[in-house]
Design a binder for this molecule. Sequence first.
Ligand SMILES: Nc1ncnc2c1ncn2[C@@H]1O[C@H](COP(=O)(O)OP(=O)(O)OP(=O)(O)O)[C@@H](O)[C@H]1O
Ligand SMILES: [Mg+2]
Length: 484
Amino acid sequence: MKKSLSLSIEEFMNVMPIAAAYIVNDKVSFNTKAQELTGYSSSDFENLDDYFRKVYKSTYVENIEIYNNAKKRDFGQTARVTFPTKNGESKIIDFQAKQFENHEVWIFNDVTEKIIAEERFTVLFNHSTDAYLLFDENGIFDCNPAAVQLLSASSKEELLKTQPASFSPEYQLCGMKSVKKNEAMIAQALANGFHRFDWIHKKLTGEEFPVEVTLNPVEVANKKLLLVVWHDLTEQKRTQKALEEEHLRNFHASKMATLGEMASGIAHEINNPLTVILNRAQQIKKQLAPMGPEFELIGAAADKIYKTADRIAKIVRGLRHFAREGSPEDKLEVPLYLILDETLDFCRARFESSGIKLSLEYINISDAETEMIFCNQIQIEQVLLNLLNNAFDAVSQSPGAWVKVIAERNKGSVTISVLDSGKGIPENIRTKIMQPFFTTKDVGQGTGIGLSISSGIMKSHGGELVLDTESAATKFVLKFPKSA
Ligand SMILES: Nc1ncnc2c1ncn2[C@@H]1O[C@H](COP(=O)(O)OP(=O)(O)OP(=O)(O)O)[C@@H](O)[C@H]1O
Ligand SMILES: [Mg+2]
């Protein structure tokens, strides 16, 4: 103990584990750590003034003034200065001066690394295109400008004031409630250290957008926080969707081409024997006509044979017609009744044989023959057929089933609705039914493309296909543009 107290100031300074300088009789001396830090040694300076001149060169005057002012205030505060080292590097140093046994001692705290790291962090935080948000138990605690922009908030303050739950729609794509799923995701992040997943977010404007979320539980100043990073996937999903749609179009086109080939093959094969049946039935009728009333029953049977065969011929023609793929540019003024009659005739037999009542109603249309729609007839008939097929599937198992088609004119535009007596569409899948390949049907029963193709066709006509959620019965509506 005694020995250590008898250390000279120089010895004492050199065993100190931090960089420091001390001034004795106007002479500046550096300890070993300070020499390592600055590259200078004590012999480099003649006196204090010489120290300031040699170290700060052109900024000598300002720095000596900072020093003198600090001294006047009894070195009350730490001074941060940019210190040029002997070999020309620039260090950021926090200076503190203390009186120690009648000597002035300077302590050098090199904060260069820390400041650079902070600056780097600030650049990352402020200029990242990914959104960074820090959550505490009360909500969003801090966020970067990208978060403000992504959520279409007017300022950071507005964003921090908003309840985090309002940045998500009620349901996620998997059908789970956002609130519930969020809890599960946080639990996983806490258990595993971090967690990454896809999420649908909602801007303050209400617009929804897909993001990849990373959750990182972190600690800042002893406080447990959640760092949330959002990577916007809008562009990526858009490209992916375009690819899927392209794939879907090709798939549909090849399905239609195969169907078309098959249909014309079948039509060809069936048409010849059908013509024979039609002719014979007519012959029988003709030969029976003069033979008196006792042959009426046979005549009626021949008539029935003729009508049934004629219906088969129509269906075969329809099959060829529906399998033809028209281009969207092939638009004409087509009478509304023709679209409805052709499509309904094509499936009436199937509905009737399954005990489903199929009906057609016109509202606000006094003369169906003059009501025209500017469209690609084949495509619109395909859309209607898709809706009728879906309605058929939805009601086919239930007694008293019905499907109704309503054509309606209101305020200059025309709609065609397809309603059915089925159970309807559960709320959690409503946003998904128009997506390509979304189906609730068994393999082989449905491909999940009917509605997405139909919706695409309606869009290419400047109209839309919507599910009317206000209606008590399941109701899909084809809306044609006003000019139609
Ligand atoms: N009228 C309806 N009633 C109940 N659910 C329906 C109705 N129409 C469509 N859906 C639901 O929407 C899903 C998607 O329909 P979509 O027509 O796109 O495909 P799909 O009928 O399953 O297959 P595809 O049309 O390719 O044969 C269906 O699987 C079904 O769950
Ligand atoms: Mg379908």
